[in-house]
Design a binder for this molecule. Structure first.
Ligand SMILES: *Cc1c(COP(=O)(O)O)cnc(C)c1O
Length: 551
């Protein structure tokens, strides 16, 4: 308790007493509410100042106000017409890129007469002629995590055996239940899960992240009565966290990363912690720049404030656990770090399992239980399910299980070695090749499979477009404008070619006088919009999703 009488000068204390005695309850209550509201706003302002600094806060305020101004300006009929024209044109481009109608058999409704399997194969062959990214030859960042043709054959066979299997009915499919449990156990072992640790399989990294946020929310609600839950995570954390916040009514507070190392600023994280914080998170590594956050540092903060700490190793999956075996001086990131309470690992990325599988792991069963859904009153009977889905594809789980056994730790270690050394070859080239080192700079010091770079000399989006013309699909990133390559098994063979094409592209851009990216340009598949067209970016992204379902 603060001793107010001792803290205030005598005169002021008497004034305070007078105010308290002479005011009615109503006035006192009004002033109290006012005080609370002011405190709240002050806290928000404090958060912004701490997180983004004075100039950063002013910049964000400006952008927010400018964004609002643009949004309301865009509602004016004249402006709306002009903007809409621009949006429509871009949407047409997106449609024509994705929706192919020429010469393709289209089914708007179920065919009245059944089509025989031979004809179906024929239709599939026709569909396979649609122009697409050349992923087989490794000219693509990430996306396809191919484990080799022999593995593909095995997966298809296993899948065929369990096509009807559903994990919702372990009594019908005990073999799949067994495989599922073994997969979680094997991945827990890989991440040094201690005695009592547990987890579940999920449909992918995003579901794993959704569940970890849900569990943290429910834990804080049950134990601390938190009703306005907040997550603190680096700006580089995967968008799955934004999705979780959106779905589960939580607030995601982004902590900045250190400009030089690309790792989350521990100071900022600690300062952002408040009474509503329910979860801290870091990546091992993050998607944009392939940087592993200082998990041990985050762990200390988490333990001090008694908060759960999630490590997103969705991308690190079957690469980061092997880094030390490969002689890389990698930091600790798994359950050996005492404050880490949950980890997500995608079996369908560098684990090479069929798409649609990931594992979410918890240090304790108690935490894991918060992600379960149980209904004891449903007229359909007692209902309990571990993840978001009800029915779950047992075939995918069987495919994942067979993959882990087929690869073995030695198989994963050797593929990790080849993948990491090809990414590191790119990193070295970017730092030492006279043309590349002069124009591009690697973000932080990535240790694994992903290497991102930016430029103060050329427009990296133009560079990405120039590379596209040579058949390469690199990932474009924003804040800061940059580009990355996530090396996969498929890119191993083509890394030298990629470096050579990168050099040629940079030379072309320099000779044509490319400028750097304008502040606020959105990374949108070659469609560049500035901060003034913030509303357009959203319309285009929505149009992109619409285009997925056009026949
Ligand atoms: C891919 C990825 C995810 C999400 O995975 P999905 O399987 O696409 O849902 C989460 N975090 C990181 C770091 C990732 O790279």
């Amino acid at each position: 308790m603060i001793n107010i009488q001792a803290a205030l000068p005598k005169e002021q204390f008497e004034q305070l007493l007078l105010y308290l005695r002479s005011s009615s309850w109503l006035v006192l209550f009004r002033d109290f509410v006012c005080f609370i509201v002011v405190c709240r706003y002050l806290r928000v302002i404090e958060h912004y100042l701490i997180t983004y600094g004075v100039s950063g806060s002013i910049h964000r305020l400006y952008r927010a106000v400018a964004g609002d101004f643009v949004a309301s300006t865009m509602q004016l009929p004249l402006v709306r017409g002009a903007v809409q024209k621009q949006v429509d044109k871009a949407l047409d481009e997106i449609d024509s890129k994705f929706v192919h109608r020429n010469g393709l058999p289209i089914h708007h409704e179920i065919p009245e007469k059944a089509i025989n399997p031979k004809e179906i194969s024929h239709i599939m062959k026709t569909l396979d002629t649609i122009k697409r990214s050349d992923w087989e030859n490794g000219r693509l960042s990430g996306a396809v995590y191919h484990g080799g043709h022999d593995l593909l054959e095995l997966q298809t066979k296993v899948y065929g055996q369990y096509t009807v299997a559903n994990q919702l009915h372990p009594d019908c499919f005990p073999a799949v239940r067994h495989m599922d449990a073994e997969v979680v156990s094997m991945v827990l072992d890989l991440y040094n899960g201690p005695q009592g640790s547990c987890g579940t399989s999920t449909s992918g990294g995003t579901e794993s992240l959704l569940l970890t946020c849900l569990a943290a929310r429910e834990k804080a609600k049950a134990e601390r009565g938190v009703t306005e839950p907040e997550i603190i995570a680096p700006v580089t954390i995967h968008a799955g966290f934004d999705k979780a916040a959106y779905y589960f009514g939580m607030k995601l507070i982004h902590a900045p990363v250190d400009k030089k190392t690309g790792k989350v600023s521990l100071k900022a994280v600690e300062k952002l912690i408040g009474p509503n914080t329910v979860l801290l998170a870091g990546s091992a590594p993050n998607f944009p720049h392939g940087i592993i956050d200082d998990i041990e540092g985050l762990s200390k903060i988490a333990l001090k404030h008694r908060l759960p700490l999630h490590v997103d190793a969705c991308l690190g999956s079957f690469i980061v656990p092997f880094l030390r075996d490969l002689g890389v001086d990698a930091p600790l990131f798994d359950f050996r770090v005492p404050g880490v309470t949950s980890i997500s690992c995608d079996t369908h990325k560098y684990g090479f399992a069929p798409k649609g599988s990931s594992v979410i792991m918890y240090r304790t069963a108690e935490l894991c239980h918060y992600q379960y859904f149980v209904s004891v009153d449903w007229s359909g009977g007692l209902y309990a399910s571990p993840t978001l889905a009800g029915s779950r594809p047992g075939a995918l789980m069987a495919g994942c299980w067979a993959t882990l056994l087929y690869m073995g730790k030695d198989g994963y270690r050797e593929t990790a070695r080849a993948i990491v050394s090809s990414a590191q070859k790119l990193k070295t080239a970017l730092r030492t090749h006279p043309v590349l080192a002069e124009t591009l700079s690697v973000i932080g010091d990535p240790l694994g499979s992903v290497v991102a770079f930016q430029s103060k000399k050329v427009n990296v989006y133009d560079l990405s477009d120039t590379m596209s013309k040579k058949g390469w699909h690199l990932a474009t990133l924003q804040n800061p404008a940059s580009v990355h390559l996530a090396a996969t098994r498929l890119t191993i063979e083509s890394i030298d070619e990629l470096i050579a094409d990168l050099v040629a592209s940079v030379e072309t851009l320099i000779s044509s006088g490319s400028e750097t990216v304008k502040d606020g340009t959105k990374a949108l598949y070659g469609v560049a919009g500035s901060v003034q067209t913030a509303g357009i970016a959203k319309a285009l992204a929505t149009g992109f999703v619409d285009a997925l379902y056009k026949t």
